[in-house]
Write a protein that binds this ligand. Structure first.
Ligand SMILES: C[S@@+](CC[C@H](N)C(=O)[O-])C[C@H]1O[C@@H](n2cnc3c(N)ncnc32)[C@H](O)[C@@H]1O
Length: 332
């Protein structure tokens, strides 16, 4: 039995279902919680069964895009802030086998305890040796010094007045800062605020943005987000009702670096449409514009490249994009 199965079988399906409902309500409310959300073994097990596969998939998609534009980025160290049960460190190790020294900073001892059990049986030595640090984010402490610093699905749990300081602190000593939030209008607002702050600090925006002008997406009408489809694991199906064999996780993100990495010339902003003999793309372009690009079959290799594109990939591809995640990773 996997560590996750072991954690889940301690609780009845009903108790897990109720905990999942509470988590959904809390996350949908968009309000920073007044007390930590993951503060019982039940809630942590429900999170790991219901949310962790999706946050893993989002992080994996983001890291894949970072690897596309920055193939020379080979991090050895990672600090995952508000790492929960460790979704980001699993995703990072799957993309960067160079990682050898990983720390998760997390306030919930129950999340740490399950995260530690999950990596206990991981194939990767870097995962098995993750250092789990219990603590609260403290901008008066030394900033996280690691090649890769990740902050995923955390900003929304922090009071708004603290976010800018925490972003500055997170960015101070890293070669690559990755911030991921839910792909909702509120998640995007937090991401775009982080984006502008990081740009104004002089960092280079690595992804998804093809430029550093103001975000051209009309605020209040649309929001920049991406999606990844993941199969529902057996655990997920047990915790959550529903016949669907998959779910779509929507996320917004920003990646910034002090280094001069290549940027995409354009980014695909929606699922490509495929009318007969054509691929229709909505593109955020490096000249700061948003626009539609139609590629027709007559365009040969350009058409073949467009046909394989997914929402969130760069356009035109340079050396080929990676396939999206979809392997139904089971933790532990
Ligand atoms: C929604 S979970 C995301 C967990 C993980 N990053 C993921 O993507 O699955 C947010 C996590 O941030 C942690 N967190 C929130 N505020 C924190 C703080 N001030 N210090 C440390 N951890 C914090 C929570 O305990 C929780 O585990």
């Amino acid at each position: 039995m996997s560590a996750l199965d072991g954690a889940l079988t301690r609780f009845s399906r009903q108790a897990l279902g109720q905990s999942v409902d509470r988590l959904i309500q809390q996350y949908r409310s968009g309000r920073p919680p007044s007390t930590p959300i993951l503060n019982s073994d039940l809630d942590v097990a429900a999170y790991a069964g219901y949310r962790m596969p999706a946050t893993y998939a989002a992080a994996r998609s983001v890291f894949d895009q970072v690897a596309v534009v920055a193939p020379g980025f080979q991090p050895r160290t990672q600090i995952d802030i508000g790492g929960g049960t460790g979704a980001d460190v699993w995703a990072a190790v799957d993309v960067w086998s160079s990682l050898a020294d990983i720390t998760v900073l997390e306030q919930s001892s129950q999340a740490i305890s399950l995260g530690r059990r999950l990596v206990g049986s991981a194939g990767s030595a870097a995962l098995r040796q993750v250092s789990w640090t219990r603590g609260s984010i403290d901008v008066d402490s030394p900033p996280p010094a690691a090649d890769l610093v990740t902050l995923s699905y955390v900003l929304g749990e922090l009071p708004e007045r603290r976010r800018a300081d925490i972003i500055r602190w997170s960015a101070r000593s890293t070669a690559m800062l990755v911030i991921i939030e839910p792909g909702t209008p509120a998640g995007y607002e937090r991401v775009v605020a982080a984006r502008d702050l990081l740009r104004d600090l002089g960092l280079r925006l690595v992804a998804p943005c093809p430029h550093e002008d103001d975000c051209p997406i009309p605020r209040g009408k649309d929001w920049c987000h991406f999606a990844t489809r993941l199969p529902r694991t057996s655990v997920h199906r047990r915790v959550k009702d529903g016949a669907l064999g998959f779910e779509d996780e929507k996320f917004s993100y920003i990646v910034a670096s002090p280094d001069n990495w290549r940027r995409a010339a354009g980014r695909v902003l929606r699922h490509p449409r495929k009318p007969k003999g054509q691929v229709a793309l909505q593109i955020c372009a490096d000249d700061g514009s948003l626009g539609d690009v139609t590629v027709s079959r007559r365009e040969g290799s350009r058409y073949r490249a467009a046909r394989d594109l997914r929402w969130g990939h760069e356009w035109p591809p340079v050396g080929g994009d990676l396939e999206p995640v979809g392997d139904g990773t089971e933790f532990g």
